[in-house]
Design a protein around this ligand. Structure first.
Ligand code: NAD
Length: 392
């Protein structure tokens, strides 16, 4: 997975092209974190201004409708949409009337932009809504992405894209047929610490990556939630947060794995983990010879992306959460601005839509499908005890 189109160098080049008069970006150490953040917010707003070639009304923010008002929508996406430059919270889709009332008041959403799961398809007639953002349990992504595309809307879909490759393909096909774009909620692809480790790995700043650790795990609470049900989640922690570890290995190396081996841990809480795995380990091998060892779990935590290279090392820890992320290398700390991941992601996606440009490959449905294919291969490797060849 090459992300050179979103490299730090590209970011800096775009900055200079846009604003010759901008002062240079101070480092945290010299300007202080607040000064840095103010400067970053100013630059972000300059970058976010729609260009004159926009097919949309100049200055108009794209309207996003959130489908599913659970914890990610409530605690992350809706607050982020109060900070975005290219999009705004324009509508909601919920099956709970009391949530609809609360959100309409809190975010000033007009009644005509509120739908339930039955009336959802009428969103086709709503000119206020440009993008539908699907934030439902994993197994429901397919239905709502397909319906959104059929309603003539661009779509953002949360990770994991779906629970089977077949579902992913159906979603891609539906968006293509409707001539609409499909982005996955890969917020880290717009996050500066993550972009820096993509650069360090892909540009071989410390020489070629030799071996890596990429792990994401936490201790889950309520055992009755949909995440603990295979029917809804498609699996356990691998589907939920293990996908970040898969992404990390791919975006640091910029390569696609050629084989995988995997092992389930014994269940230490069998009553709790009846339907999904508790802990899972896997090992990817890459064409360059780099290997990556990974862990995901719902029983205890780890959040680390570490790469050992021929001439040094670099790491992020925490590496995948909402931030602030933290990084260091064999030469010292990684200094990057702290941003709101969700705002950067939605603004980035919407900028492409406003400009009428194709979304970069690494956040599209095709990328979501690549990950789901790998997640399925990891399960197959753990179930069979065999090394799975991924070259085919
Ligand atoms: P959640 O359980 O908090 O919310 C799920 C929402 O779906 C609720 O509003 C619920 O009412 C609704 N829903 C509709 N039909 C349902 C059904 N049959 N069963 C259960 N819920 C139903 O979940 P969440 O944490 O908001 O996760 C939603 C999606 O967002 C998941 O795909 C998850 O992987 C993804 N997510 C992504 C990130 C990220 O950082 N990108 C973070 C958290 C969650």
């Amino acid at each position: 997975m090459k992300n050179t189109d979103f490299s730090r160098r590209d970011f800096i080049q775009r900055l200079s092209a846009l604003s010759a008069g901008l002062s240079s970006i101070p480092l945290i150490g010299s300007a202080g974190a607040q000064g840095y953040q103010d400067e970053y917010a100013r630059i972000h707003s300059l970058l976010a201004k729609p260009e004159s070639t926009s097919i949309f009304q100049p200055g108009r923010k794209l309207g996003i409708a959130l489908v599913g008002l659970g914890s990610y929508s409530k605690n992350q996406l809706a607050p982020a949409l109060q900070q975005t430059q290219n999009c705004r919270l324009a509508g909601i889709v919920t099956g709970t009337p009391s949530k609809a009332e609360e959100w309409m008041k809190k975010y000033n959403i007009p009644k005509e932009n509120v739908y339930d799961y039955k009336t959802f398809d009428r969103i086709a007639d709503n000119k206020d809504i440009d993008v539908v953002y699907v934030v439902l349990p994993n197994s429901m992504h397919r239905e709502y992405v397909v319906r959104a595309a059929q309603a003539g809307k661009h779509v953002i879909c949360e990770k994991p894209m779906a629970i089977t490759e077949k579902d992913c393909q159906a979603m891609i096909d539906a968006c293509k047929k409707a001539n609409k774009q499909l982005a996955i909620g890969y917020r880290l692809h717009y996050e500066p610490f993550t972009k820096e480790v993509m650069r360090l790995g892909q540009e071989k700043v410390f020489g070629p990556v030799k071996f890596m650790e990429s792990s994401d795990a936490f201790r889950i609470g309520d055992p009755t939630q949909w995440r603990m049900k295979k029917e809804f989640a498609g699996g356990g922690p691998l589907m939920d947060v293990g996908i970040y570890a898969v992404q990390g290995a791919r975006y640091v190396t910029g390569e696609e794995p050629i084989s995988v081996t995997a092992q389930f841990s014994p269940k230490t809480e069998p009553q709790k983990f009846k339907d999904v795995e508790e802990t899972l380990f896997w090992q990817f091998q890459f064409p360059s010879g780099a290997v990556c060892n990974s862990t995901t779990s719902y029983t205890a935590g780890v959040e680390r992306l570490y790469a050992s290279c021929q001439n040094g090392w670099f790491e992020l820890s925490p590496a995948f959460g909402y931030g602030p992320l933290k990084g260091r290398t064999s030469k010292g700390p990684i200094e990057q601005p702290v941003v709101n991941h969700q705002a950067m992601h939605m603004d980035g996606v919407c900028k492409n839509l406003i400009d009428g440009k194709k979304l970069p490959d690494h956040i599209t449905g095709e990328e979501g499908l690549r990950d789901v294919r790998l997640l399925q291969a990891i399960y197959r490797a753990a179930e069979t005890g065999r090394k799975i060849d991924l070259k085919a």
